[in-house]
Design a protein around this ligand. Structure first.
Ligand code: F6R
Length: 260
């Protein structure tokens, strides 16, 4: 994995937005995988600023990682609503090209299969943006998720429901289930870009970057991805042991370019 350590959350967002802008500049109809939650918000802000400066995202398609099951689409915390508010509108995406799993489908297995088919029909994801849970989940692939899983229904871990209670009026309102892209689905993206900030993510980052590949730390599956980048601030990097090496590698990026 490419590990990039920057000063703080704003720098994480600026770096990630730069990587995304490069993809869109090369391919204006790129397919982006988008995450919800707090981690990517600075990235979306930085991308919106690039849009103000002339970056055109009007032909970009977006696929959300996940959606809660059984939450009305117009609920402000449904990922349909969050993706619209935090991603599609500020970035000027075409609503017809923005996709979120259908957590209200009467047949969730069929909805999951359909979502996989939609990603394939779009030509696959060019860059998947990811956050990480304190328990190491990416998407809502909770610990013990199959490393080759596809989009499916998952039960949210108690720790995830507690973490996401901040978005709801009461912890009981946090849905129990979700539809999430699987770890195998995420691995199919041509590039993966994980952003994390703050000390609360430090342990998970150390596990997924320097620990063994294990379904107990689902984000560790990114070690199997050919083009995975982890962009973190100093606080999120605080439990890594090879930080000097990561910094040295970044300093030398301009001399030796990673393979394309
Ligand atoms: C969101 C998602 C999750 C979050 C993770 C971190 O679509 O799939 O994996 O990225 O729970 O959430 P935050 O960023 O709110 O700490």
């Amino acid at each position: 994995m490419e590990v990039v350590i920057v000063a703080g959350p704003v720098e994480v967002g600026a770096f990630a937005a730069g990587r995304i802008a490069e993809i869109v500049a090369a391919k204006p109809d790129a397919v982006l995988g988008v995450a919800t939650g707090s981690s990517p918000l600075e990235t979306y802000r930085a991308l919106a600023a690039r849009r103000d400066a002339g970056l055109d995202l009007g032909r970009v398609s977006a696929f959300a990682l996940d959606e809660y099951v059984g939450i009305a689409r117009d609920h402000p915390e449904s990922y349909h609503a969050v993706v619209d508010r935090e991603v599609a509108q500020p970035l000027g995406l075409d609503a017809a090209r923005v996709h979120v799993p259908d957590g209200l489908s009467p047949d969730l297995d069929a909805a999951a299969e359909d979502y996989e088919a939609q990603i394939v029909a779009a030509g696959g994801v060019d860059l998947q943006l990811l956050g990480i849970g304190g328990n190491g989940h990416i998407g809502f692939n909770e610990p013990t998720s199959s490393l080759s899983s596809r989009t499916r229904v998952k039960t949210l871990a108690p720790r995830t429901r507690e973490a996401n209670a901040r978005f709801f009026d009461s912890p009981d309102e946090v849905p129990m289930h979700c539809l999430t892209q699987g770890l195998g689905t995420i691995l199919d993206a041509k590039r993966a870009l994980l952003v994390a900030q703050g000390a609360s993510k430090a342990h998970a980052i150390a596990q997924i970057v320097e620990g063994p590949v294990s379904s107990m730390w689902p984000g560790s599956v990114l070690q199997l991805h050919r083009h995975a980048t982890v962009v973190i601030d100093e606080a999120a990097a605080s439990e890594l042991t090879l930080t000097d090496y990561y910094r040295y590698t970044v300093e030398h990026r301009n001399i030796v370019q990673p393979d394309a």
